[in-house]
Design a protein around this ligand. Structure first.
Ligand SMILES: [Zn+2]
Length: 403
């Protein structure tokens, strides 16, 4: 795809300079930690080395080659992934995300961890026969494993046509069109469909929207448009049933649910990627667009637009990072502008990029507030500034359910 940056001229240069200086600091710090720490998080996508490797690959796509430090970070990631004895399925803090970064950067490296990746996409070493041990969500559960499977389908010469983790996700979708989150489990380690007490989380990060968008994209990647549209229709209508009219904000005149359950429905009041209308509206709207159904996409894109606007209006209350901050909204605005050419996304994205360029200049304050990682910290800020100012498509945003 021909990626259209949001910024040009002086604004683009300022954003790139701010991003590069901050990236140097973040990537070096994350690699140093991964060399000295045995903590699984030190290699994870959210706050560890895998995030640095994703950034390295994006920069390499821009410059056409990978430098020596980037190659050594890649080697270190491959070594750390294979040496960790306990397999964690988490996309953002565990093996799925580390393998995801490895596979999309260097399929040959990922081949060396064949057993591990097969165990993951096959449902965690036979774990599908013991389904009580799984969670469904994007951050920690099976939806995250399916994101890994999507990369393996696109990079592996031996195309896998079947993925048990995706099968588990389909099987655990309630006929009403949602996945349940068990109440009595802090780790949600109970199969949602057999939990007798549950609530429904509608967000991207831990809820139905993220799992649905992942499954829809997975089915579409395999060329199964019918399955993709069926899943999308089911989850979209469940979301609709729990939405409400919003009289405060006439456009859009709907409020998406945040949580629902026996005690009722709590509606969105946030503006983040992880739990906000910007993230849900964008993921669902983009799924409808990719299914060739622009008429269905429109209202979801309007919901996303309203979410981004509310984020901008929040001023200093808006965090800087990708997960629940300005960088996340900028990433969404840029993707939606590229998908729709709607100039309202361009204008909002430019305002976010301008604010973020200022924030990125004060390294000390930024890092103190957010840390160095990709999901919430400095590295996410540099990635967002780069995608706003360069013409290289940020394909890594698939992990945020945006492509
Ligand atoms: Zn968040």
């Amino acid at each position: 795809m021909n990626w259209k940056p949001l910024l040009e001229g002086k604004d683009a240069s300022a954003a790139i300079i701010a991003a590069q200086r901050l990236a140097g600091l973040a990537v070096t710090t994350l690699a140093d930690r991964a060399r000295t720490s045995t903590h699984p998080g030190s290699v994870g996508l959210a706050g560890g080395l895998a995030g640095a490797v994703v950034h390295d690959q994006y920069v390499a796509a821009y410059h056409g080659k990978r430098n020596r430090e980037a190659r050594s970070r890649l080697e270190l990631l491959a070594q750390r992934v294979t040496s960790d004895p306990a397999i964690s399925p988490s996309l953002f803090t565990g093996h799925s995300g580390a393998l995801w970064a490895l596979a999309r950067t260097s399929p040959t490296h990922a081949m060396t961890v064949d057993g591990l990746r097969n165990a993951l996409v096959d449902g965690l070493t036979g774990g599908v026969d013991r389904p009580t041990e799984h969670e469904f969500d994007l951050i920690r559960g099976m939806a995250g494993v399916v994101q890994l499977a999507r990369v393996l389908i696109s990079t592996s010469s031996t195309r896998r046509n079947h993925c048990r983790s995706a099968g588990w996700l389909v099987d655990s979708l309630d006929p009403a069109g949602y996945w349940r989150t068990p109440v009595r489990s802090s780790r949600r380690a109970v199969i949602p469909s057999v939990a007798d007490e549950y609530y429904v989380d509608w967000g991207i990060a831990h809820g139905c929207s993220g799992a649905a968008a992942t499954l829809v994209r997975y089915a579409a990647d395999l060329g199964n448009r019918t399955a993709a549209t069926t899943i999308l229709t089911s989850v979209t209508s469940a979301l609709d049933r729990h939405s409400t009219r919003d009289d405060e904000h006439p456009r859009p005149a709907v409020r998406l649910p945040r949580f629902s359950g026996p005690k009722g429905v709590e509606h969105e009041r946030s503006f983040a990627w992880c739990y906000g209308e910007a993230g849900v509206g964008a993921a669902i709207g983009l799924c409808w667009l990719s299914a060739g159904r622009p008429a269905e996409a429109t209202r979801w894109l309007e919901i996303a637009l309203a979410g981004i606007k509310r984020g901008l209006q929040a001023g200093d209350r808006l965090m800087p990072g990708l997960c629940h901050g300005a960088a996340g909204l900028l990433m969404i605005a840029a993707r939606l502008f590229n998908a729709t050419e709607d100039e309202r996304f361009l204008t909002l994205g430019q305002q976010l990029a301008d604010a973020l360029t200022g924030i990125a200049h004060d390294h000390t304050a930024l890092v103190r507030r957010t840390g160095y990682g990709l999901l919430e910290g400095a590295l996410g800020v540099t990635l967002a500034l780069s995608l706003a100012a360069s013409d290289v498509e940020p394909t890594w945003d698939s992990v945020f359910c945006l492509s």
